[in-house]
Each structure stands twice: as structure tokens, then as C-alpha cells.
Design a protein around this ligand. Structure first.
Ligand code: GLA
Length: 691
């Protein structure tokens, strides 16, 4: 017994310990709550960090509309919620800890008089859980209630309702999650924001850059700048330059005129303290110009209605000073608002629209158009202008309607090299729409109309008139892709034509425009380019600039795609505020060469693997440029073995164009390619046949 007692005691102690542990476990479980018993909380959407949301315009707002007002949907007011603008997306990490989400959704009354349309969608772990259907202004707030049991990631999305995102001021009001055991939820933006530079700086030894082929019409004044990177001073020489032309050995500027029709093969040399570079420049004197997509700058995406001659000259200076000019950037294009406006409150935009003889009178910010053109030419650059075939431009300035010939002659007299001709109020001419609707709204209602002849007529008129001028003027047709412009743009002497609506610096805008390009791709060729609109990198903002809202990876994708598309490359940012990241995006000569490739083919999407879209562009030297483009929110990490599907054969050298680095050889039949493509990002590779 004596001996047993301690044993029993031990047993007894163990028993008590075990029971206590069980008791503790039970009470612990009761305190923390098993899923079914845990405490439920109400977590309001407006209590979360809404800055992770992306949206088409403005910034995400708590308890206010995107314009900062109190919520009002179809006359009913609300105090709490998330005010946004389509296309918008907010990702909430619910991690299985939310039971449900409920809200009312709708379009705010603050856009009264406009025609917004939007669709609200809730996705859970990649599946659609609810949709509002397309909603319009004046629709009563629509309730939604979804179960989120077990769901880890919820996306609150607002799409544009099918008519673009104009005036889509949208909101999720009285929006809340019922959560289990947690009192807040994390929002999440899967695309990183920190810029990173991929491209090495050009070396000090000379390297010729820019277009390898240049088109001019017989007899036209000739101006083409030969460009190179490398340390300055640089000396340029040319062998076999036609006698009608001369090359300024210090600047690389070739000028002259009265060239006869024919093809001229000129050898260009660039020499500096570090060495010599040599390359062929083909000059084709014939009917066609813009043999590679125009590259330059346009005032609209940064200055919009605030443009002035002074700002334009400063942009040109910045083009030179930043070194962009050494990479082939050429045109300095003045967009809308160089003309007088019919209803602006700004006195610098008010004045005689035309003189007694009907000649257009530029507004007071543009006193000397010829002087401006001379100044830009003096810098080795070229200059462009803007007008509309209707009585009014999109911004309500005077258009060319019934003065087409006078205007075309004025552009030539002043020395302009490029005209963007923008449909806008021409819809009024056809439809007899109210004169007091100079803006896009009325013409938008015409978009999609299919009256082919009326659509072609005003562009044919101006295109023919430009051809009659004694200088080459690139003709940029701007009517947002109506009536399949790519099918007839060449017949009106168009050199490029917009294929889609206006771009904004948002992922949705760039993505939707990119996805719409394939249909017009077969029509791209030297002298005819599909135009997906201007670039939205750097400081942009239509009169009130901010850093582009595109994430760094989205910007790499944007520039890669536009180059693959052989698109006109028109920088839209404030040129005096270029940062290192933006400069890196715009000065990679190997990427620019893809855009400027003399074969003039446009890439199309050849294969889709989930969110990965693979674009292939055939190049003149027999190689192919391939964009592995990730349109999804997860990194693509895969081994790719479908090169034959991209039209490749044999053994190929693979070069990463953004990093300007060979990454090895691949055998199309047996080889595998490791791909790591960031969310909303790109790998831009060139596949060269191995000799
Ligand atoms: C339209 C065009 C824009 C710009 C503005 C000017 O919206 O699509 O690119 O030219 O007009 O008002």
C-alpha cells in the first residue's frame, strides 16, 4: 500500500491535470468560438482601406461620391458607402471569415443630364456571385445580398455598362460584411506600385537609332533627322545621299527637296570619340509617307484646354534636352484649343473665329503659327495640328466645316507636318443635331452608326486637300474606329486612324483598348497604322497633371503592346516632368525598333493561356517579337513549350528586349521556356533564327 500510494497519487494528479486541460480547452474554444459559435461582427465597407481600389477616374472616396458630394441615388440619400467611378475594382481578403456582404448600388444623381451606364458585379474566389445588370441614371438603388461562407477573396467590380465609362459615378452604399470573429478585413491591390528600371543606359560608343526607312513624296520639302545614342559630340556622314539632299554633319539633320520618285539606299555613319557606327537608311520617294508609325508628343493628355505656343515650345525643348530626340521621337503635335472657342469663359480663347475672308484665326496663345513651326523645325523636330470636319471641335473650338481648303492651305503655309482630324460635331452636320452640343455626347450617339458614305466623306475631302499641298502632311483620322475605319482609311489618304475611344491612365482603359486591336491588325502596313490612342505614362491629366495611375508593370505592358501593335507612339505627358522610370520606358531602342520595324506588320494574339495572352509580331529580318502579356492579377509562373504554335521553327536565340539581354537558345521542338510574368505585366522577347 505504502508503495502504491505514491503511484496512485501520481495517477490521481495526472487525472486532475488531464481534466483541467480538457476544461481549459473547452472554455478556450468557447471563448475564441468555433466557426459556428464565434461572435459575428458588422464590418462596414467604408471602414476598410479603400485606397487599394482601382477606378477609371478620380480617387476612391469614403462616404462621398467620386466628386466629393453626399450620396444620392434616384433621389434617395445615403450616409455611408464607397464612392467610385467605373471601371472600378476593390479586392477584399475575407479569408473565410465573412458570412455575407450586403449593399445597395447605383449611379449618383450628381451626373444629371449625362447618360452613364454601369454594371455592379461581386466575385468570390474568381466566380461571379452577383450582378446588378446594367443600371442607368435614375434607377432606384438596387439591393444585393450574397453569402460569402468559405470565400477567401471578394472582388467588388463596377463595369462600364457597355457605352464607355463616361460619367459613371457609381457607389456601394450601406455596404457591409457580416464577419465571424474578426472586426476588420484587409483590402488588397495585387499589382505592386514601386517603379523599377529594366533597361541599361546606352553605351558611350555611337549607335544609330530610329526609323530605318523614310518616305517622302516627289518634290516635297525634305526633313529627316538621323539619330544616334552615344557620347557627344557626334559627327554624321552619308554615302550615296541623293544630290537634292544635304546632311548637317553636326546635327544629323537631312534637308533639301525636289527629290525624284525612286528608292535611295544611303549609308549613314555616326562617329564620336568612342568609335563609329554605320547603318543603311532607305529613302523611298513615292506616293506613300509615314512608312513607320509616327513617333512624338501630343499636348492633349497633359495640357488639354490649357495648351499654348509657349508650352508647346517648352515640350519640344524638353524632347531635345531629355535626349528623347536621340531615339527617334519626332512630332510635336498641338491638339485642340489652338483655335478660338465659342463659349469658353477664358478670354485667351475668345476672339474672331475666322477673318473676313474666312481664314482661321488662331487664339491669342498662338499668335504666330509659322514662327512656332519654324522654331520646332529648327530643333530638328516636326510639328502637328488638330481640327475637326464639323463646325466645332470636341472642345467647342472652331472646326474646318465648309473651310476645308482654306484650312489645309493654312497648315501648309505655316509649315505643319501632321494633322489630326477629329470627327466630333460632324455628327451634327449629318443629323442636324442641336448646334449647342459641341462636345462628344451627341457624336457618341452617332458612334456605331453604319452610314458608310457619310462616315467617309469628310475625311476624304480633307485627305485629298492635304495631298494637294506643296508639303507632306501626315493625316491622322480620329473617329474612334467607327464604320471599320481600318477598311477605308487608306482610301481617304489616312496614314493612321484611331480604332477606339479616348484613352485614360487606368488599367481598364488600357486593357480594353488593347483587347480591341486584333480586328484591325490585318490592315496595318507602311503608311497605314491603327492608332489605339496616345501613351499614358509620365505626368498626365488633361489640364491637371498627376503621375500616371498605371502601375509600373502596367506601363511596361502598355509600351510593349503599343510597340507590338505598330501603333503611332505619341507621348502624352508633361515633357518637363519626365522621371527616370518614364525615360527608361521611352528610350529603349530595341523596344522602339519593334514598333518601327520596316515590315509594318501588327502583332495579334496568337495564343491565350488563362489570363496570359501571347502576341506575335513578324519582323523584317525574319525574327519575331513576342509579348507574353499577363492580363490577370496573379503572377504567371510556367514552363512554356508551345513555340511551334507561335509559328516558330528550328533553333532560336531568345533576347529579352526590356533588359536588352540574350537569355539563351531554344529548340522549338524540344525546348522549354521558363516564363515568370508579373500580374498586369509583360515579357517582351525577340526570337531570332540561329545561323
Ligand atoms: C477627342 C479626341 C481626343 C482629343 C479631344 C480634343 O476626344 O479623341 O484625343 O483630341 O477630342 O478635344
Amino acid at each position: 500500500m505504502k508503495d502504491m500510494l505514491p503511484d496512485n497519487l501520481e495517477h490521481f494528479k495526472r487525472l486532475i491535470k488531464r481534466s483541467l486541460t480538457t476544461l481549459l480547452l473547452i472554455s478556450g474554444a468557447m471563448l475564441s468560438g468555433s466557426p459556428s459559435q464565434a461572435q459575428t461582427n458588422t464590418v462596414w465597407l467604408d471602414q476598410l482601406d479603400l485606397s487599394a481600389a482601382t477606378q477609371g477616374y478620380g480617387v476612391p472616396k469614403k462616404n462621398k461620391t467620386v466628386d466629393g458630394r453626399a450620396f444620392s441615388i434616384a433621389g434617395r440619400t445615403f450616409e455611408r458607402g464607397f464612392g467610385s467611378h467605373a471601371v472600378s475594382m476593390l479586392t477584399v481578403l475575407t479569408e473565410g471569415k465573412a458570412r455575407s456582404f450586403s449593399a445597395l448600388v447605383g449611379i449618383d444623381d450628381e451626373v444629371k443630364g449625362q447618360k452613364p451606364a454601369a454594371e455592379f458585379v461581386i466575385n468570390g474566389d474568381g466566380k461571379q456571385l452577383w450582378s446588378s445588370g446594367v443600371m442607368h441614371l435614375g434607377d432606384a438603388a438596387k439591393p444585393c445580398q450574397v453569402s460569402l461562407e468559405g470565400i477567401k477573396k471578394v472582388e467588388l467590380v463596377v463595369n462600364d455598362g457597355g457605352n464607355g465609362d463616361y460619367y459613371d459615378h457609381v457607389e456601394w452604399v450601406d455596404a457591409k460584411f457580416e464577419t465571424i470573429g474578426v472586426s476588420t478585413l484587409k483590402t488588397y491591390d495585387p499589382v505592386p506600385s514601386t517603379p523599377y528600371v529594366l533597361t541599361p543606359k546606352p553605351s558611350a560608343s555611337p549607335k544609330l537609332t530610329g526609323a530605318k526607312v523614310f518616305g517622302v513624296r516627289p518634290g516635297s520639302p525634305f526633313q529627316h533627322l538621323v539619330t544616334a545614342t552615344g557620347s557627344k559630340p557626334m559627327t554624321f556622314t552619308a554615302i550615296n545621299l541623293p544630290k537634292e539632299l544635304k546632311l548637317d554633319s553636326r546635327t544629323g539633320l537631312i534637308t533639301g527637296g525636289a527629290l525624284k520618285a525612286g528608292n535611295y539606299t544611303v549609308t549613314i555613319k555616326a562617329k564620336n570619340a568612342k568609335g563609329v557606327a554605320q547603318r543603311i537608311l532607305r529613302i523611298k520617294c513615292g506616293d506613300r509617307i509615314a512608312l513607320t508609325p509616327p513617333m512624338g508628343w501630343n499636348s492633349w493628355n497633359c495640357f488639354a484646354h490649357q495648351v499654348s505656343a509657349d508650352k508647346v515650345k517648352r515640350a519640344a525643348h524638353a524632347m531635345v534636352k531629355s535626349g528623347l530626340i536621340d531615339h527617334g521621337w519626332t512630332y510635336i503635335n498641338v491638339d485642340d484649343f489652338w483655335e478660338n472657342n465659342r463659349d469658353s469663359k477664358d478670354s485667351s480663347l475668345r476672339g474672331k473665329l475666322r477673318d473676313e475672308a474666312g481664314n482661321i484665326v488662331p487664339n491669342s496663345r498662338f499668335k504666330d503659327m509659322k514662327g512656332l513651326a519654324d522654331a520646332i523645325h529648327g530643333m530638328g523636330l516636326k510639328i502637328g495640328l488638330y481640327s475637326s470636319p464639323g463646325p466645332w471641335t470636341c472642345g467647342g473650338c472652331v472646326g474646318s466645316y465648309e473651310h476645308e481648303q482654306q484650312d489645309a492651305e493654312a497648315y501648309a503655309r505655316w509649315g505643319f507636318d501632321y494633322l489630326k482630324y477629329d470627327w466630333c460635331s460632324y455628327g451634327n452636320v449629318i443629323d442636324g443635331m442641336p448646334e449647342n452640343d459641341p462636345y462628344k455626347v451627341s457624336s457618341l450617339s452617332y458612334r456605331g452608326g453604319d452610314r458608310l458614305n457619310t462616315a467617309i466623306k469628310p475625311f476624304k475631302l480633307m485627305g485629298d486637300l492635304l495631298r494637294k499641298q506643296p508639303r507632306d502632311i501626315v493625316f491622322s483620322v480620329c473617329q474612334y474606329g467607327m464604320s471599320d475605319v481600318w477598311k477605308w482609311g487608306d482610301s481617304v489618304n489616312g496614314n493612321c486612324w484611331r480604332t477606339t475611344n479616348d484613352i485614360t491612365d487606368t488599367w481598364t482603359s488600357v486593357k480594353n483598348i488593347a483587347l480591341a486591336q486584333d480586328r484591325s491588325a490585318p490592315y496595318a502596313k507602311p503608311g497605314n497604322w491603327n492608332d489605339p490612342d496616345m501613351l499614358v505614362v509620365g505626368q498626365v491629366g488633361w489640364g491637371n497633371t498627376h503621375p500616371s495611375k498605371l502601375k509600373p508593370d502596367e506601363q511596361y505592358l502598355h509600351i510593349s503592346l503599343w510597340s507590338l501593335f505598330a501603333a503611332p507612339l505619341l507621348i502624352g505627358c508633361d515633357m518637363e516632368k519626365l522621371d527616370a522610370f518614364t525615360l527608361n520606358l521611352l528610350t529603349n531602342d530595341e523596344v522602339i525598333d519593334i514598333d518601327q520595324d520596316p515590315l509594318g506588320k501588327q502583332a495579334t494574339c496568337v495564343q491565350t493561356i488563362g489570363d496570359l495572352r501571347i502576341y506575335v509580331k513578324q519582323l523584317e529580318d525574319g525574327s519575331k517579337a513576342v509579348g507574353f502579356c499577363n492580363f490577370g492579377l496573379e503572377q504567371v509562373d510556367m514552363t512554356y513549350h508551345d513555340l511551334a504554335k507561335l509559328g516558330m521553327k528550328g533553333r532560336l536565340k531568345v533576347r529579352d528586349l526590356w533588359r536588352q539581354k540574350d537569355i539563351g537558345n531554344v529548340d522549338v521542338r524540344s525546348g522549354n521556356l521558363k516564363l515568370k510574368v508579373p500580374a498586369h505585366g509583360v515579357l517582351l522577347y525577340k526570337f531570332l533564327p540561329k545561323v
